[in-house]
Design a protein around this ligand. Structure first.
Ligand code: SDX
Length: 392
């Protein structure tokens, strides 16, 4: 029922592709990973099962999942010299810029992760980046807080150890809150892949030159950073705080978003593919209520977000353009309730999207896709002769 169409061969080397990983139907608001609905996976799976599904095409059985988890734990140590790289940054550096640089720096300490033609080498490189990326992500927060860098607690699960690396303080025992663990696990699942979005296309395009997995992921981190893409989750909270500081009147901001002469856009709204509700936004909105309630957090910007959504969905400008809340509209409210600072929201998106980037890169490499080269329509000058300097 997904339509038996195939890509015109001429498209194959332009960056467009055939893929068996994620299916989206923007009109119906459908999202599936390897045929499983996002609603079922968010409800019934845990993040590492989804990571395995995306990368290895099937949900793992118990043995496969245990082996996968142990392989990741075995590679979770990050070379101490990597700390010299992050220590070279000012603490004011944006976490996404640090994360992209550290991801690329990993290559220097794992040279064999570049030319991975055998499936065995490919598996080793995939496990390495899955194992070390959360530590690098946590380091970007610790850098901002001028805290000592750490490594994964190998007695904890993937999500639990990420939270501990982010928030543990010297001399204090870090207490995990199961509500936070479950909410983060679900958010990571919801962000895990999304077909050929901007950052995934960057990963596939860089990977198509055989630059290596880590370099491709680093490019994906940089592409995700932009406020029109993954950076929107940070921009949404900044927008909601601006509305709050302005007295909470959403109508002024709706008017600004509609004004063609004003560059302001409603952050967290609209999508290139979804012309209906982003199914992830529905799940996250419900989860925001549950998590804030469970944590006993009263956050007035959740009410501002809901009134902004209501006002926009009743406004003809948004209705005519089929602009609905997307994945970024409510996610930041949950991260905030967890105590994650706004500048870290896109880093959390990157941790979630990592398995999708890996799966897409693997599919491209195993599919022996030619180097990608998007096409252009030339609209410049016709042939003309050189003019000497004195004649210009
Ligand atoms: C993500 O691709 C993916 O799958 C991405 C993602 C993923 O999981 O990887 O889903 C994650 O990036 C979600 C999107 C996060 N970005 C934002 O929330 C930023 C705000 N959104 C917009 O900038 C915009 O909606 C985009 C970038 C998301 C989509 O842009 P498009 O498809 O290029 O739409 P467009 O710019 O052509 O807009 C069509 C019309 C225009 O008006 P007209 O010229 O027709 O009069 O809709 C208007 C736009 O001005 N419009 C908006 C708007 N989004 C579109 N107007 C006000 N506010 C907005 N948010």
């Amino acid at each position: 029922e997904t339509g038996a169409i195939t890509l015109d061969p001429g498209f194959k080397n332009t960056g467009s592709c055939e893929s068996a990983i994620t299916f989206l139907d923007g009109e119906k608001g459908i999202l599936r990973y390897r045929g499983y609905s996002i609603e079922e996976l968010a409800e019934k799976a845990d993040f590492l099962e989804v990571v395995y599904l995306l990368i290895f095409e099937e949900l793992p059985n118990k043995q496969q999942l245990d082996n996968f988890k142990n392989d990741i734990i075995g590679q979770s140590e990050v070379n101490e010299d990597m700390q010299k790289v992050i220590n070279g940054f000012p603490s004011s550096a944006h976490p996404m810029g640090i994360l992209s640089s550290l991801t690329s720096a990993l290559i220097a300490f794992n040279p064999k992760s570049v030319n991975v033609d055998s499936e065995e080498d490919m598996y080793k490189a995939i496990v390495k980046i899955l194992a070390k990326f959360p530590t690098l992500a946590a380091w970007t927060l610790r850098k901002r807080n001028n805290q000592a860098l750490n490594n994964r607690d190998t007695n904890l699960g993937y999500v639990e150890s990420l939270l501990k690396m982010m928030f543990e303080k010297p001399g204090e025992e870090y207490k995990l809150d199961q509500t936070v663990v479950d909410a983060l696990d679900k958010l990571l699942i919801l962000h895990a892949d999304h077909e050929q979005n901007c950052s995934t296309s960057a990963v596939r395009l860089v990977g198509s030159s055989q630059a290596g997995l880590f370099a491709s992921i680093s490019a994906g981190v940089s592409a995700l950073w932009g406020p029109l893409h993954g950076g929107a989750n940070q921009a949404v909270i900044e927008m909601l705080e601006e509305i709050q500081n302005d007295g909470g009147d959403t109508s002024k901001f709706i008017a600004k978003a509609k004004d063609k002469d004003d560059p302001f856009r409603l952050m967290g709204f609209g999508h290139r593919v979804y012309k209906n509700f982003d199914p992830r936004a529905k799940i996250i909105k419900k989860s925001a209520d549950e998590v804030l309630d469970a944590l006993g957090v009263e956050d007035p910007i959740l009410d501002i977000a809901k009134s902004l959504e209501k006002a926009a969905l009743e406004d003809p400008y948004f209705v005519e353009r089929k602009l609905y809340p997307n994945v970024d509209f409510y996610s930041g409210i949950i991260y905030r309730a967890m105590g994650i600072p706004t500048e870290m929201f896109t880093v959390m998106f990157a941790v979630g999207r990592l398995p999708g980037w890996i799966a897409q890169w693997k599919e491209m490499r195993l599919g022996k896709e030619p180097i990608g080269r998007p096409r252009q329509v030339y609209i410049g000058e016709n042939l003309r002769s050189f003019k000497q300097l004195e004649n210009r």
